[in-house]
Write a protein that binds this ligand. Structure first.
Ligand code: FAD
Length: 525
């Protein structure tokens, strides 16, 4: 058993899968002690400590509810800075915040939920606790009055052979740590004696699969690392460095306008002039390239080409976690089933984020959910954070949240006007006629992407007259495209403001200063 746990803890991705694996191989152990039942307040269980959960925890009224958070990791991660952390531009500690600091009034259990039973309002969980070399698992069940399902999503490989075994992902702090070590390892291996030129090129070839914001930002950070640290520590190896961004679609950075995409390409494929080194242009972007397989040494493409690599990153898409799929199956006989054409594997929710078919007891938000009455929202921190804040406020007020009438559920894929009219109707139903519970409305403030060497893209929307999207009478935003140094200033300022705590903002700012003064740390830890 110990061997199995040890094996499981070494496998990817992350404790929740370890937990799920362990749950299937170990004998069941039930513990009632996990959950004291001496409370008169309604119990909310929150699954996850990501963007959705963190902003929910900031806005929920703990005088009204007894809140327990269950998640395999006891901290929140500021994901937009994971790419920077993976090359040492910021420290891992600076972009994480313990859940107990986010809201000290909530109870936290380090565990992964494995199943939800909506009929009995019960959650099955498993926790793995390791001390030194010894690990133990415990299975337990917990009842909830309301469940906030915010487990996020996982990286999906679309079944591409070899990706799970050989590619790095960039989703968690552990991934960023692995990547940082892998990059430095590539340089150290390439510096060993007796390597041929071809072998050096292979060691120093970095293949990034997926040219969405994550892949592009990682490439930009890697290029900065090479230009700044490489020039200092690995000068003689720089001519062997190759960075390839490969993308199955015809263009990169899908959410950005064409002019912004071109700016990103210009910045990433820039020539690098360094003293004592021939001019370098290490980065190449290959579009319309579909990966068919990855082996220990090569990335293979559908067109027959293969590229050798020293390190590869898979940043090509997200899919749903097993627990989300399991909950969908459990709700299979409800309206949730009809919603699936539109929600495509995510949990369909109504405009108040109540899971359709969940009897008003289950709410879902973030990457695992889809508001069925609005256009499909992107899987971003911006959406998850706004939903978390909305739900915390919604539950903290005295709305009649159980009221639900199937006939009033909005048809799928409505336009914003139709959805608003219907939303108002359902809201007045939910509240009685006196006060209307405003439905969730997403405020798209725009998108940002770092493109390297102190430049960034900022495609932002501001509404001088106020208002919100969906309320079309006064939502008339001005769309701005800002790039280069100004974009970079905006990128840094917005992210500092968005950090969950002032402590994190100060730590990140200090990291930036430290790197400017002393460079990045290249120890392999
Ligand atoms: P997450 O933040 O992923 O949180 C999920 C939580 O659930 C985690 O705490 C996890 O441990 C927990 N969990 C998982 N399974 C279980 C289980 N079985 N039981 C209990 N808990 C569980 N978005 C932007 O808007 N702007 C950006 O610049 C941006 N950059 C990004 C860069 C990177 C590298 C990545 C990976 C993502 C980026 N995103 C960005 C996307 C953004 O991070 C996600 O959309 C966001 O994290 C979704 O929030 P969430 O709360 O749904 O899920």
């Amino acid at each position: 058993t110990a061997d199995r746990i040890e094996k499981a803890t070494k496998e990817r991705p992350y404790p929740l899968f370890l937990a799920e694996k362990a749950a299937s191989i170990l004998p069941s152990f039930k513990s009632e002690e996990y959950y004291p039942t001496n409370t008169q307040k309604e119990r909310i269980i929150v699954l996850g400590t990501g963007w959705g959960a963190a902003s929910f925890l900031k806005s929920i009224d703990c005088n009204k509810y007894d809140v327990t958070v269950i998640s395999p990791r006891n901290y929140f991660v500021f994901t937009p800075m994971l790419a920077g952390a993976s090359v040492g531009t910021v420290e891992f500690r600076s972009i994480t915040e313990p859940v107990r600091e986010i809201n000290s009034k909530v109870r936290y259990l380090e565990a992964a939920a494995t199943e939800v039973d909506p009929k009995t309002n019960t959650l099955s969980c498993v926790s793995i606790v390791c001390e030194g070399n010894s690990c133990e698992t415990e299975e337990f069940e917990i009842n909830y009055d309301r469940l906030v399902f915010s487990v996020g999503a996982q990286t999906t490989t679309f079944g591409t052979p070899g990706v799970e075994e050989y590619c790095n992902y960039l989703k968690q702090v552990g991934d960023a740590q692995q990547i940082k070590n892998a990059i430095v390892n590539c340089f150290e291996s390439a510096g060993l004696p007796d390597l041929t030129e071809e072998e050096k090129i292979k060691e120093l070839s970095f293949v990034i699969i997926g040219a969405g914001p994550t892949g592009i930002e990682f490439a930009a950070e890697l290029l900065d690392f090479i230009e700044e640290n490489g020039a200092r520590f690995y000068k003689e190896l720089l001519p062997y460095v190759r960075i390839k961004i490969v993308e199955a679609a015809p263009s990169i950075l899908r959410p950005f306008e064409d002019g912004m995409k071109e700016e990103a390409i210009r910045k990433l494929t820039r020539k690098i002039e360094l003293e004592g080194v021939p001019t370098l242009q290490p980065l190449e972007i290959l579009t319309n390239k579909l990966v068919s397989e990855v082996s220990g040494n090569y990335v293979y493409f559908k067109d027959g080409e293969k590229i050798p690599y020293g390190m590869s990153l898979w940043a090509a898409g997200i899919g749903q976690l097993p627990i989300t799929t399991h909950l969908l199956d459990t709700l299979g006989e409800t309206e949730q089933k009809d919603a699936q054409d539109f929600a495509r594997g995510r949990l369909a929710v109504d405009p108040w984020l109540r899971v359709i078919g969940g009897d008003g007891k289950i709410f879902a938000l973030g990457d695992c959910s889809c508001v069925s009455s609005a256009p499909m929202l992107p899987a971003t921190a911006q959406v998850a954070a706004q939903q978390g804040e909305f739900l915390g406020d919604f539950l903290s007020k005295d709305y009649c949240i159980d009221a639900m009438d199937d006939k009033l559920l909005p048809p799928l894929g409505m336009n914003a006007d139709q959805s608003k009219t219907l939303a108002d109707k359902i809201a007045s139903f939910a509240m009685g006629d006196d006060e209307i519970a405003p439905p969730f409305q997403y405020l798209d403030l725009g998108i940002l992407a770092y493109t390297g060497k102190g430049s960034a893209l900022a495609q932002v929307q501001i509404a001088p007259g106020g208002g919100m999207p969906g309320a079309t009478e006064n939502w008339d935003p001005v769309r701005l495209q800002i790039k280069g140094k100004l974009g970079f200033g905006l990128w840094r300022s917005i992210y500092l403001l968005k950090m969950t705590s002032p402590k994190n903002a100060v730590l990140v700012a200090l990291d930036w200063i430290k790197v400017k003064l002393f460079g990045r740390d290249i120890s392999i830890l």
